[in-house]
Design a protein around this ligand. Structure first.
Ligand code: NAD
Length: 447
């Protein structure tokens, strides 16, 4: 459902007025539906001379059945413009970006994609190449802010040797699954993990745990992981038992009533997962609370409650599930923490919440290297303004500002966060770890 402003400015006098006043007219975003192809229109592919990713990109695009145009071809409304910039070795070479995108960017289809691929600057062969590769970030972030009509921009920094891990992030960036992700940088490292046998059900035969699953984002994450084939253990506090059981029934999963802050919660959870499922493959830490007050007015109870649920419980549970001689989280496992753009940019009234959410970023960065040899990845997603009960409770004016202050001029939906979680949870995403993926429509906050 579009929000009221979006409906008002979509057509008729509202549209005319918005155009005259230069107000944003948010495009209804195309979201993924089962059976929908990765791309529905032609993909224009280009690259700087000497790049190393055109070959792997052609293979991925062929595999998803894309109609690929190259060279002087000019498809009328390309669904995506994809450029391999790994061959850019100095700042003069950046001109290739202008040459490829400038004549084409205005013909990009609504909800189209602008995708640039580069090399992580620290892996570049020379100082000049590192400079040029770092420049790609400014280019993509600015392009994301200029694109109109629901189109988005993505930068994938692919380390040498990680070409085989390219398919999952390219599919995500090109597809409607990344509808509310724009202006973000994802690093892809070499990894052993095998691609899913069936991209429509990448989590078949896997067990996923989702905390805070009775409503909001967590409920949709549970449903989305179930759609992708996982058997889902839906966890929430006992007070939410009825709603939790309804979600578990909808996704053919299991309801587990547990307060994640209870002293024995990590052990209870580990015992349950081992006994009932022999272990777990995907852990999504989604349970979270806010207790907003400016610092001078914040009592210790508000501080403690937020830190306990959002951060300490996540640390304790992750520790319990990933350590020991035979860890409950199986090899090739996935941990996804739910951070927030507040944890990146800070937010007035949220010193407690932002501290907890920034702490989660510290957690994924600290844990990722140590778990890499078991094929386990640990990442965070950082939602921006997502339309849920949590944001419905925000005062009207702040809510309206939060909703519009991003490149897509609209709030995201729980499913946008869920698709990002599903992408990171996929066996194909083994090259992505220790990172934070923002799902925020390129929010100005923390940009
Ligand atoms: P929500 O309040 O609708 O859902 C949170 C769920 O967590 C609830 O079902 C709640 O019962 C559960 N929960 C709370 N404390 C718990 C505990 N001690 N043990 C077990 N479960 C517990 O919130 P939401 O908007 O769906 O947010 C989900 C996550 O996304 C949170 O971590 C939130 O901080 C984060 N987030 C949300 C937004 C947004 O715009 N909605 C933005 C950024 C981050």
């Amino acid at each position: 459902m579009a929000d009221r402003y979006q409906r008002l400015t979509a057509r008729g006098p509202g549209a005319v007025l918005a155009r005259k006043l230069g107000l944003p007219r948010p495009e209804p975003l195309v979201r993924h539906r089962p059976g929908r192809p990765v791309v529905t229109g032609p993909v224009m592919l280009g690259g700087a001379p000497g790049g190393r990713l055109l070959g792997p990109l052609r293979t991925v695009l062929d595999g998803v059945g894309a109609r690929v145009a190259e060279g002087e071809q000019r498809p009328e409304q390309p669904a995506a413009l994809v450029f391999d910039a790994t061959g850019v070795t100095d700042s003069a070479g950046l001109r290739a970006l202008h040459a490829f995108f400038q004549p084409r960017v205005r013909s990009l289809a609504p909800c189209g994609r602008l995708v640039v691929l580069g090399t992580p600057p620290e892996r570049a062969q020379s100082t000049a190449a590192a400079v040029a590769q770092r420049a790609l970030e400014g280019f993509v972030r600015s392009a994301g802010k200029e694109l109109r009509r629901g189109a988005t921009a993505h930068l994938l920094l692919v380390a040498p040797g990680a070409e085989g891990a390219l398919e999952s992030p390219v599919r995500f960036a090109l597809s409607a699954r990344s509808a509310y992700v724009s202006g973000q940088v994802l690093r892809v490292e070499p990894a052993d993990g095998a691609a899913p046998a069936d991209w429509a059900r990448p989590l078949a035969d896997r067990v996923a745990l989702v905390t805070g699953a009775s409503r909001g984002i967590g409920a949709v994450v549970a449903e989305t992981l179930a759609r992708d084939g996982a058997r889902v253990v839906c966890l929430d506090v006992p007070q939410q038992a009825d709603a939790l059981r309804a979600v578990a029934a909808r996704c053919g999963g299991e309801a587990l009533e547990l307060d994640v802050t209870a002293d024995d919660a990590p052990r209870t959870l580990a015992d349950h997962l081992r006994r009932a499922h022999g272990g777990v493959d995907v852990v999504v830490h989604n349970a979270g609370i806010t207790r907003d007050k400016t610092l001078g007015r914040m009592d210790a109870a508000r501080w403690d409650a937020v830190l306990a649920v959002n951060l300490t419980a996540v640390e304790r549970i992750t520790h319990e599930l990933t350590t020991g001689a035979r860890p409950v989280l199986r090899d090739g496992g996935r941990v996804v923490c739910t951070s927030s753009i507040s944890g990146i940019a800070g937010n007035a009234g949220q010193t407690n919440y932002a501290a907890s959410k920034a702490g989660l970023i510290g957690l994924v960065q600290a844990l990722a290297p140590g778990l890499a040899d078991r094929g386990v990845t640990v990442n965070a997603i950082a939602p921006g303004f997502i339309e849920t009960r949590m944001t419905a409770a925000v005062p009207l004016l702040i809510r309206e500002a939060g909703r519009r202050m991003n490149s897509l001029a609209q709030g995201g939906r729980p499913v946008d966060v869920a698709e990002a979680v599903a992408f990171l949870a996929s066996p194909g995403s083994s090259g992505i770890s220790g990172q934070v993926l923002r799902v925020c429509g390129q929010a100005l906050l923390g940009a």
